[in-house]
Ligand binder design. Sequence first.
Ligand SMILES: NC(=O)c1ccc[n+]([C@@H]2O[C@H](COP(=O)([O-])OP(=O)(O)OC[C@H]3O[C@@H](n4cnc5c(N)ncnc54)[C@H](O)[C@@H]3O)[C@@H](O)[C@H]2O)c1
Length: 384
Amino acid sequence: MNKVFKVGLIGCGHIAETYFRGHQYFNNFKIVACADINQKAAEKCAKLYNIKSMTVNEILKDKDIEVILNLTIPQSHYSVSKKVLNAGKHVYSEKPLATYFQKGKELVALAKQKKLYIGNAPDTFLGGGGQKAKELIDSDLIGQIKLGNAIFAFPGVENFHPKPESWYKKEGGPVIDMGPYFFTTLVNLLGPAKQVQGRTLTAFKRRNYRAGPNKGKTFKVETPTTYLATIQFHNEAIIQVTLSFDVINHQRNHMELYGTKGSIIVPDPNMFGGSVYISVTEGGRWGEHKTDKMHLGKINITSSSGRSNESPTNANYRSVGMSEMLYAIEKKKKNRCSGELSLHVLDIIESTMKAATTGVPQKIKTKCEKPKRFTEEEVKKILL
Ligand SMILES: NC(=O)c1ccc[n+]([C@@H]2O[C@H](COP(=O)([O-])OP(=O)(O)OC[C@H]3O[C@@H](n4cnc5c(N)ncnc54)[C@H](O)[C@@H]3O)[C@@H](O)[C@H]2O)c1
């Protein structure tokens, strides 16, 4: 029996529901209290899940709570995680680690100094798709990966989000928003990155509100909305990445990697499941490697996200990264969704944005270990 950690939640917004769903899958945490800068949001969440609502200061002082789950907006991740670590608690935060590399670096150093764990989403690479792709690549089926491409592209959040402005401000844009999933998946499969170059474009200077009370009005776009980046990894692979809010529809695969002996199609880095496909002959068949029988690949959602080229049914086990961190705390091991990994990913994010907006290639300053495989036996230890 694993220890069940009492978790305090800060940030009671949209994604909170997904983390409460984690109680159905994982055996080592219970979210017992919640807080938010907006007291009403905390009270609503507490009522819905039958837990205690507190102020941020109260939750940080509560002696029963050893871990804080930080689900605030990206711009608040740094300040909230810093308060948590200074209060002597472990922290697991939604992506990204922070919106600036220097702030992320400070958080990782603070956690180390306080001998506390810091964990960070995305945890999707721990899912069936990410792990099956890793297993196949590591078994040398497609040889050494030399090149590849990845894409996230859709027409923007304003189609469904009533307050889309933050995605189009300086600290927004597609690299901060979706880069964490794609870059973490690439580091999981290829190891750390060393250099990036890129270009940007902005298809629309103003956008239309398409949902909510401002529907019909327009707002200003203050960030590039398309990034085209070329990332070189320490293993010498060169990957072209497209991250865009300017594409109405597309039919490309999320990620294709090309090795010396064959090619692999990696499923959506934003999700946990999906099949992996491999082909080892020119024009030959693509062998399907299913993940829907894997612990973190089983389909558990059946409603379409509406995003381009995204399967209508998929697997979502968000919170496994926190559960794995708690298991690591108990066993005094390193956690997989670590500060080191998320800082390296933040380094790739910031370097990509700088390289693309200035036109000057950027060296990536940090390195991290390639995450270890998360085997089915290991996953089983934290499952209910
Ligand atoms: N919504 C999604 O589908 C989704 C998916 C994956 C990841 N995420 C990530 O999860 C995080 C939260 O996203 P969301 O969609 O739930 O956002 P949201 O805006 O719906 O909720 C965020 C909540 O945090 C609170 N908050 C902000 N700053 C705070 C502070 N300093 N102290 C206390 N509370 C504060 C806000 O009042 C709000 O209630 C983001 O980092 C986002 O990138 C969201």
